[in-house]
Design a binder for this molecule. Sequence first.
Ligand SMILES: [Zn+2]
Length: 236
Amino acid sequence: MMYFDPLWLVFAIPGLLLGLYAQIKLSATYGKYMRVGAESGLSGAQAARRILDQAGLQEVPIAEVPGHLTDHYDPRNRTLFLSSANFNERSLSAVGVAAHEAGHALQHQAAYAPLNLRMKMVPVTQFASTAYSLIALAGMFLMGGHRIAGPMFQNMIWVAVGLFTVVTVFQIITLPVEFDASRRAKEQLFRLGIVRPDESVAIGKVLNTAALTYVAAMISSVMQLLYLISLGRNRR
Ligand SMILES: [Zn+2]
């Protein structure tokens, strides 16, 4: 028998709503400025290339990847990946996102502490996330008969809290990394004359709404963690 706890909804709804709002807002803002061409005439890939080259990062390649907003910087192979639209388009959205990813490469070059910490946390977070999912799945079945699960459940819930704390800390560390990458992006775009002051307002909007999705993910994790803690305490 599966068990569903209505209290879970109370903790989950704020994060879900904010996440939904962030996704809608990002689609709208990104879509809007995807239709506004950058005055410089540079594509996302060209703008990122210029930022990287100016920082002496000529050896960092820029590769095109399929998918929607799949853009990322991979610190393991020091490569910048841009989704096809952001790689090719000559719009403010494409230039903004591409510059943000270049911002991560600048962080890596500067040995920016939160980025280093986040990189070090990746393997342990992947382990914690997988282990947590397995325990949560087992818990959904066990809790149906929690009268018999008793002491075993008691211990498992605190293991789950421990694992999910790792996931949540990772989400929290992601925030300064993302905000700082956007800050570096805007600084370089302006300094290198890739965008005009009036264009940088639009770029700021695109990057801020993208950051909001990370804030929503972080809040969801914190609420989920609080829920797990409340479960553990109630069953003491
Ligand atoms: Zn980023």
